[in-house]
Design a protein around this ligand. Structure first.
Ligand code: HEM
Length: 459
């Protein structure tokens, strides 16, 4: 059976109307306001909303948002049940479809079970150590160039600057350095698509964000389709060229449509998550100068010459940097909640939940549970030393999810974070004023509302 037929057969077997609220009356919770349910409060204060409901109803509750009743399951055991999904009870495709289906159809997170496994295996070739080494070379050059242009000695908005840099890096390491005159239009089209994924108006009327996103997708699809035969012919070290040569288990090449869908999805999955995590990381380093010094000492300990590239084989030496980055992601996980739809009835804490129900797990809530993370608001990278990590539940820290859909770009993310840290801290000391507390918008991807005001001074 072809991979496409597998997908169609599987999905039609479990796709069904969402469970109505009346069938979930036995689950603690309520439906919120008429029509909007809890949508507005969830959007304005997602962390406070979940914490208040947990306090009132406990670790399983129902709520109503975006026109659907969902059941939230909280804590590491819930994360394990849903993400590990040993019974194949939870569809990621049906969970993410509302947000991502129109612009990123058939990206990895929008595939399930056997079909997902085959696609994931085909894509994995692009994340093996050979290709990763060549992405690192691109990242190293791009980061050195980008960071060198940042100003020192005056106020600097970090978030827009890292967003631009991450986009430029994706253009070279994902698409190759030879984009030429098309570079700007491809980047703009991509930005419009990502922004549209979280647009409030979900219909692509002209002039709306969704309208611009759909137009951006058309341009990207056209560009990729035109490039695929060229990349197959002449090769290349970038991620796109890797996918153009990737094969199924029987040795046949992925179709153009598959490559287009996977490439668009990969760029989206990488871009905002890296922007968000590097922003919260730099904020924490700025607000914790002692930790900033320790991490700087570690990266400088590599003793690289001024223009010597950071080699892939040396990334493991940056253990403290990794711990400091993880602690920033604990406090602001780039994907704060993970949606699924149950495709079988299942049980949690004595409650039976029927197939068809929208289910959420919540890394953001889990990362602040005081019984797991004492003084949860405090920034303390030592929480990630080997001993502390060994003592914790495996799913207490879940910024990359877990199980079959665990982030495929996890090593790419650590690699980019380490490479960035080396260049950034080697060049600058970063600070914030002592009374500065940036307001974070935490959902759907955390970012500082004011762009994060920092000061950079030469080291
Ligand atoms: C700090 C950065 C990142 C974070 C926090 C992050 C987080 C996540 C999370 C939580 C998921 C699982 C979602 C779910 O189970 O519903 C995921 C999936 C995924 N991520 Fe990432 N991600 C990051 C960077 C990247 C990068 C750099 C890439 C690509 C180069 C990438 C590619 C993917 C892909 C392809 C999936 C889907 C995997 C699957 O469904 O099998 N991510 N990511």
């Amino acid at each position: 059976m072809s991979v496409q037929m597998l997908g169609a057969r599987h999905r039609s077997a479990y796709d069904r109307k969402p469970t109505p609220s009346s069938a979930l009356a036995h689950i603690p919770g309520d439906d919120g306001w008429p029509l909007v349910g809890h949508t507005l409060v969830l959007l304005s204060d997602p962390k406070g909303f979940v914490e208040r409901r947990a306090q009132r109803y406990g670790p399983i509750y129902r709520s109503r948002a975006f026109g659907q009743t969902n059941v939230s399951l909280l804590g590491p055991e819930a994360n394990e049940l849903v993400l590990l999904d040993s019974q194949k009870s939870f569809s990621s495709a049906l969970g993410w479809d509302v947000l991502l289906g129109r612009l990123f159809p058939r990206g990895l997170m929008l595939l399930d079970f056997d079909e997902h496994r085959l696609h994931r295996r085909a894509l994995s070739v692009a994340f093996k150590s050979g290709p990763m080494q060549s992405y690192l070379r691109q990242l190293d050059t791009g980061i050195a160039k980008g960071v060198a242009q940042w100003p020192s000695g005056r106020e600097f908005k970090f978030y827009p600057a890292i967003k631009q840099l991450t986009l430029d890096l994706a253009a070279t390491s994902f698409l190759g350095a030879q984009l030429g005159s098309e570079l700007d239009s491809v980047k703009l089209a991509f930005i419009e698509m990502v922004a549209a994924a979280i647009a409030v108006i979900r219909v692509p009327f002209p002039g709306t964000q969704m309208g611009r996103g759909v137009r951006g997708r058309a341009l990207i699809v056209e560009y990729f389709n035109r490039q695929i035969p060229l990349r197959r012919e002449r090769g290349g070290d970038d991620l796109f060229s890797q996918l153009c040569r990737a094969t199924w288990e029987d040795g046949s090449l992925l179709s153009n449509a598959d490559i287009v869908d996977h490439m668009s999805f990969l760029m989206m999955a990488a871009h905002d998550t890296l922007t968000s995590s590097l922003t919260s990381f730099v904020y924490r380093l700025a607000a914790n100068p002692l930790w900033q010094e320790k991490v700087r000492e570690e990266v400088r300990g590599l003793k690289l010459a001024a223009d010597e590239p950071l080699a892939f084989s040396r990334l493991d030496e940056l253990a403290l940097t990794e711990m400091a980055f993880k602690e920033a992601m604990r406090l602001a996980p780039p994907v704060p909640s993970l949606p699924r739809r149950a495709v079988r009835d299942f049980d949690f804490l004595g409650y039976r939940i029927p197939a068809g129900t929208g289910v959420n797990v919540n890394p953001l809530y889990t990362h602040y549970m005081p019984e797991i993370w004492p003084e949860p608001e405090r920034y303390d990278p030592m929480r990630f030393d080997a001993d502390a990590t060994r003592m914790r539940h495996k799913f207490a820290f879940a910024p990359f999810g877990g199980g079959a859909h665990m982030c495929l770009g996890l090593n790419f993310a650590y690699m980019q974070a380490k490479c960035f840290t080396w260049h950034f801290l080697n060049k600058f000391r970063v600070s914030v004023t002592s009374d500065y507390r940036p307001g974070w918008k935490m959902w759907p991807i955390p970012y500082p509302r004011d762009g994060l005001t920092v000061a950079l001074t030469p080291v």
